[in-house]
Design a binder for this molecule. Structure first.
Ligand code: HEM
Length: 64
């Protein structure tokens, strides 16, 4: 996972935060593909310190 000798001291905290953020988003929004939009390209866009995705659009509708 790490390319260097050391690991990230914030790894555990970051995983918990990502879990909470994603859980909150899927709980509060319906997430769908906007009309006339292609599925996102899931190939990695760039790899520096972190892996980044290509740009993509989503439609987020507040759940009732
Ligand atoms: C998405 C979020 C994060 C990413 C991608 C990330 C990534 C990294 C990477 C690549 C390293 C260097 C590891 C190496 O030397 O090979 C590192 C080190 C470190 N990170 Fe993070 N980090 C993140 C979040 C955090 C957070 C939230 C904290 C603190 C609350 C944190 C604290 C540290 C510290 C203190 C080090 C240095 C550890 C050492 O040298 O012993 N990081 N991080």
């Amino acid at each position: 996972m790490y390319s260097g000798r050391r690991s990230c001291a914030g790894d555990g905290l970051t995983r918990i935060m990502i879990y909470l953020i994603v859980a909150n988003l899927v709980q509060k929004f319906d997430i769908s593909l906007p009309p006339d939009t292609e599925l996102p390209n899931t190939e990695p866009a760039d790899m520096a310190a972190v892996l980044t995705s290509n740009d993509y659009k989503v439609r987020m509708t507040a759940r009732k």
